[in-house]
Design a protein around this ligand. Structure first.
Ligand SMILES: *[C@@H]1O[C@H](CO)[C@@H](O)[C@H](O)[C@H]1NC(C)=O
Ligand SMILES: *[C@@H]1O[C@H](CO)[C@@H](O)[C@H](O)[C@H]1NC(C)=O
Length: 341
């Protein structure tokens, strides 16, 4: 008997909840229907709608991103400091690769060159046709000189970059991030297939043959594609926040540790590893001349060695077309091998 009396208010509450939920569903469906002309992009709309209101029109980052991006709010980002920007250095090699590569010249207009210091910004602006953005440092930090691998300055620069990339995601832009010591031999966009709704496609030093095995493959943050959504913005926030608990560690090692501890799964970030046959580097050369899109001077310590060995790569790449059907033989990366001793 007592239970039937109690049943009533429960039932009333339940019907109120059902009614409320129905109203909510109708509101959400209507919002979607009116705000998304392109049905395919619907799942990103909630995220994207925030950007026009959340950021003022004179937000200089928004202006720079809009200028470089394709209509689908995708662009290419790279970071440079004075040491990278010097003449006949990495910036010039990077540009040469894009100008000479197969279908890459038209991509330059969609690259935002993010300068970490005034000198790099000036050099960038002196080159015709580049889109340059000066990333202001908070505490008068000077990151203009060569930041030797794993030095304090190197690590600070890496973390500044992660915070910046997180900001870009929050502005609603998806991007390819490329280190400047990555040579672009072919347009990588057609090879970046996000057909399964991946949020992150990322290169690795040595590919174990299994693209889904992002835990088993050591990820390399020198080249990746990331889609802008709430999951990836949360990942970059968490990544940047982890720096305090990781003194002396570089951002790449922190990301690899996060993924091993299940951060991608917890945040719902779908990741896939890019095979080195297409997205290669000095740690593991591509042998597939018909496929190779990028060559990264990873497994190399100094800028001087990178420049020398990447020059040799571009010379070899000039012969790519003639060897397109066969196996590719790269020059030995001897300066980089020596850079560790
Ligand atoms: C390969 O050939 C195409 C078409 O003939 C050309 O546009 C492209 O520049 C060549 N690539 C290289 C690396 O020489
Ligand atoms: C965005 O558009 C460009 C140019 O049409 C295309 O190459 C690229 O693959 C697109 N990116 C995504 C993530 O759809």
């Amino acid at each position: 008997m007592g239970t039937s009396i109690l049943d009533r208010p429960d039932h009333c509450t339940l019907s109120r909840v059902v009614a409320l939920a129905t109203v909510c569903v109708v509101v959400v469906v209507c919002t979607y229907a009116t705000s998304s002309p392109a049905g395919k992009d619907q799942k990103y709309n909630i995220w994207r709608r925030r950007s026009p209101t959340a950021f003022a029109p004179d937000d200089d980052l928004e202006v720079a991103l809009r200028g470089a991006a394709y209509a689908n709010r995708t662009l290419i980002l790279t970071v440079l400091n004075e040491a990278y920007a010097e003449e006949d250095g990495l910036l010039d090699l990077f540009l040469r690769s894009m100008r000479e590569g197969d279908g890459t010249a038209q991509l330059i207009d969609h690259v935002l060159f993010v300068a970490m210091d005034q000198q790099a910004f000036r050099r960038c602006r002196s080159l015709a046709g580049l889109r340059c953005y000066l990333l202001r440092q908070r505490d008068g930090d000077d990151l203009s000189s060569e930041q030797l691998y794993m030095s304090d300055g190197f690590i600070r620069m890496m973390w500044r970059r992660i915070r910046f990339l997180g900001d870009v995601l929050k502005h609603g832009y998806s991007f390819i991030f490329t280190d400047m010591d990555v040579m672009w031999l072919r347009n990588p966009f057609p090879k970046l297939d996000v057909g399964d709704g991946e949020d992150l496609l990322i290169s690795s030093d040595k590919f174990n043959g299994e693209a889904r095995d992002y835990v088993g493959n050591e990820l390399n943050t020198g080249f990746f594609f990331v889609a802008s959504n709430a999951r990836t913005a949360a990942l970059f926030d968490e990544w940047h926040a982890a720096r305090r608990a990781s003194p002396g560690m570089k951002e790449q090692d922190v990301l690899n540790r996060m993924k091993r501890r299940g951060a991608f799964r917890r945040l719902g970030v779908r990741a896939r590893v890019l095979e080195t046959a297409r997205f290669s580097g000095f740690c593991q050369d591509s042998r597939d001349a018909a496929q190779v899109a990028t060559v990264h001077a990873n497994c190399c310590r100094t800028k001087r060695a990178k420049v020398a060995d990447l020059r040799a790569v571009l010379r070899a790449a000039g012969r790519l077309n003639r060897t397109a059907a066969g196996l590719m033989r790269w020059p030995a990366h001897s300066e980089c091998v020596r850079s560790w001793t």
